[in-house]
Design a protein around this ligand. Structure first.
Ligand SMILES: [Zn+2]
Length: 258
């Protein structure tokens, strides 16, 4: 062994590794026994330590691989799409919704999808999307939840903002744009219509019906009790009382003679 060629690395730290003691020499290479921060002990040669080739016992690359796998495995899922859209509307001035988010100072405080996913996890079902509990606060820890369309709708209505086709406007703006009375739009949403249905279904000159202290249009009653509007209308035309028309189940279909 040529003494001047030998550099003692004992006690030095290289990323996650701390050199414990010198191991055997193999060929021209000097090996060191290192303690990794994760608790593992591993043997690494001098050059791999000093030039940074080896930064851990292998746990570092396993963690990175796991993160990559997580990201890769979840790409295209609801959670990933939700995160991607949040980042867009908070940071990209070309995004249609940017003026309601980024421009208003709403930010995404999760610097990576992994951090976002660690906060919100997977959605409980396909109907869920990310909702901010307090719409004045950003996308930040403690302010996010997976919510159903209905839950979001009530939150949205409370804030008088509706997002449809990537555009967010107040309810009054939407009503004006589609040429509808704002009250009609509000009533449709209250009844659980989707935003699309509420904005696009034609407004009919509708008949009103009062039952059990509630006054709704026939269309809304039909929707509420799960009948087709024509069926409900037909019953009333045949002289059924509102209660009968609304509460009696559909007659079972008699089997057709073949
Ligand atoms: Zn390790």
């Amino acid at each position: 062994m040529r003494a001047h060629n030998f550099k003692d690395l004992t006690g030095q730290r290289f990323m996650r590794l701390v050199v414990l003691w010198m191991a055997e020499k193999r060929g021209t290479r000097r090996y060191w026994v290192c303690q990794c921060d994760c608790g593992n002990v591993t043997t690494v040669c001098s050059s791999d330590l000093t030039c940074g080739n080896t930064k851990s016992c292998g746990c570092l690359s396993r963690e990175k691989a796991r993160d990559r796998w997580l990201t890769h495995g979840l790409r295209g899922t609801q959670a990933y799409e939700a995160y991607a859209h949040i980042v867009q509307r908070c940071t990209n001035p070309k995004d249609k919704a940017y003026r309601y988010y980024g421009a208003r100072g709403i930010t995404c405080e999760f610097i990576s999808f992994e951090k976002f996913y660690a906060e919100v996890g997977a959605p409980p079902g396909p109907d869920y999307s990310i909702d901010r509990k307090d719409n004045n606060l950003s996308y930040q820890a403690g302010n996010l939840r997976w919510a159903t369309r209905q839950e979001q709708m009530s939150n949205t209505r409370h804030n008088h903002l509706l997002t449809y086709n990537g555009e967010t406007k107040t309810m009054a703006e939407w009503a004006r744009q589609v040429g509808m009375n704002r009250k009609v739009l509000d009533r449709r949403l209250r009844l659980g219509w989707t935003i699309e249905e509420a904005l696009t279904a034609p407004v009919r000159n509708n008949r009103w019906l009062t039952y059990a202290g509630e006054t709704l249009t026939l269309t809304d009653w039909a929707r509420k009790v799960g009948l087709r509007r024509n069926c409900l209308e037909g019953r009333l035309q045949r002289g059924w009382s509102p209660e009968e028309a609304l509460t009696l189940p559909l007659a079972p279909r008699s089997p057709r003679p073949s």
